[in-house]
Ligand binder design. Structure first.
Ligand SMILES: Nc1nc2c(c(=O)[nH]1)N[C@H]1C(S)=C(S)[C@@H](COP(=O)(O)OP(=O)(O)OC[C@H]3O[C@@H](n4cnc5c(N)ncnc54)[C@H](O)[C@@H]3O)O[C@H]1N2
Ligand code: MOO
Length: 414
């Protein structure tokens, strides 16, 4: 008898998965290993940045009051009494009409409150003259102008990117508290699958889903265990899935999840006595995406069809893993864009179309069936067309989810 599955809305599927996903705790890593991790502590400024008033230019530090009256006609002269570069502190106190030759980054000497750039001086040597007056604090980089001691600078849960690392280094974090990452496994099921290095033979295709998912994980800062490929054979697949699920927090399988005679994932979930969160989602591609939990381990049954597999990962696996990683932003950033060409197909389920987005308009990235590989390569975004709609014309405003934006992403709210 053919199994009938009840589709649930994609937002409901996301919610069910998110409700099951638990953060895995905290560990300490060296700063240079922290790129791509999720910060597990809030970062407060432990001192002012910059920590002292400093020169933002190469020039001369003066007392601004001494420059009063300087003009094109009336030059004002200064005597140079010291010379410092960044890292040095002048021991001198600057008196009337005196100056210190100062390089970018050096602290302002006692008594001075302005900096004259070399380009603003005439005849510079032991003495120099200027042709304009300077305001107090003119050309001075002020202590604390960037960050003040005690400022909340970065929130816990943020993705650690190069800018985060610059802040952490500034405040002396040689070690950083980060969220633990889940151990994720990938198993590609299908008797038809060949390894990437194998020659094509009749009836077979190369496994593109496994390497694609590994890369989708990599751009989230997650490595993976690869369980290779298994044939569509129940006992063999069951044994691999059972062992892999024991060795991982999240096992992602592709293929074998629909209602075909050789689709064994549903039977495997049953044998594992897994709790199936859903086995049909009102989305296309990826309607067969199934998520189950067995012994506290996630089993993501993604479709074998490449575009469906890709989309199921981005919409359902990615937020679950981000929650396990302790991230504060779980969803793909969402925006609106103008459709660049007609899309007249009906959308019985919410449709996610691989598309290329140029910042204002968006164009479907070619062949858009769930078995497409080419459009995944060409797309950098997904157009979202709600279920029950059809007949979108060029010029229509549509919802768009941006792909590959792992840093500083805003949220796609449910
Ligand atoms: N009677 C029905 N048939 C199908 C239904 C349905 O509701 N009733 N759903 C269709 C939909 S929608 C999809 S999507 C597919 C999904 O099937 P599976 O997820 O079980 O995947 P497979 O049948 O194993 O493979 C589908 C397709 O993808 C190719 N494939 C598989 N693995 C890979 C891989 N690692 N790399 C590249 N390509 C892969 C495979 O050869 C098939 O062509 O079911 C429909 N059928
Ligand atoms: O699961 Mo299928 O991808 O809806 O075409």
């Amino acid at each position: 008898m053919v199994e009938h599955r009840k589709p649930i809305p994609v937002t409901e599927a996301v919610e069910r998965v998110i409700n099951k996903a638990q953060a895995l705790g905290i560990e300490s890593v060296a700063l240079h290993d922290s790129y791509g991790r999720i910060l597990a502590e809030p970062i407060k400024a432990s001192h002012d940045v910059p920590p002292f008033n400093r020169s933002p230019y190469d020039g001369f530090a003066i007392r601004s009051a001494d420059s009063a009256g300087a003009s094109g006609d009336t030059r004002v002269q200064f005597e140079v009494i010291d010379h410092i570069g960044a890292g040095a502190v002048s021991g001198k106190t600057v008196e009337k009409q005196q100056a210190v030759r100062i390089m970018t980054g050096a602290p302002l000497p006692a008594g001075t409150d302005a900096v004259v750039m070399f380009e603003q001086t005439v005849d510079s040597g032991e003495t120099f003259t200027i042709r304009k007056p300077f305001e107090p604090l003119e050309n001075v980089s002020l202590q604390g102008e960037d960050m003040k001691e005690g400022d909340a600078v970065i929130e816990s849960g943020s993705f650690i990117h190069p800018g985060t690392i610059a802040v952490l280094a500034t405040f002396g974090y040689a070690q950083v508290e980060v969220a633990k990452r889940p151990v994720v496994g990938i198993l590609s099921t299908g008797t038809e699958l060949l390894d990437v290095s194998e020659p094509l033979v009749p009836g077979k295709i190369r496994n593109s889903n496994g390497p694609m998912i590994a890369a989708q994980l990599a751009r989230m800062g997650i490595g993976c265990k690869t369980y290779g490929m298994s044939a569509d054979e129940l006992d063999e697949s069951f044994n691999i899935v059972k062992q892999a699920s024991e060795e991982t927090d999240v096992l992602i399988t592709t293929g074998g999840v629909s209602v075909g005679d050789f689709d064994f994932l549903p039977a495997i979930y049953e044998r594992l006595e897994a709790e199936v969160l859903f086995n049909k989602v009102a989305m296309r591609p990826g309607s067969v995406t199934t998520v189950a939990v067995a012994n506290g381990k996630f089993l993501f049954g993604l479709s074998g069809n490449p575009s469906a597999c890709f989309t199921g990962f981005e919409l359902l696996v990615r937020p679950a893993i981000l929650k396990m990683m302790g991230a504060d932003k779980l969803y793909l950033p969402r925006t609106r864009a103008v459709l660049a060409e007609d899309f007249t197909k009906a959308n019985p389920f919410t449709r996610f179309i691989r598309a290329s987005y140029d910042g204002s308009s968006i164009r479907p990235a070619g062949f858009n069936m769930s078995n497409a590989v080419s459009s995944i390569a060409r797309g950098n975004a997904l157009i979202v067309l709600p279920g029950g709609t059809r007949g979108y014309q060029a010029g229509a405003s549509v919802d768009v989810l941006l792909l590959g934006v792992e840093e500083g992403a805003s949220e796609w709210t449910l």
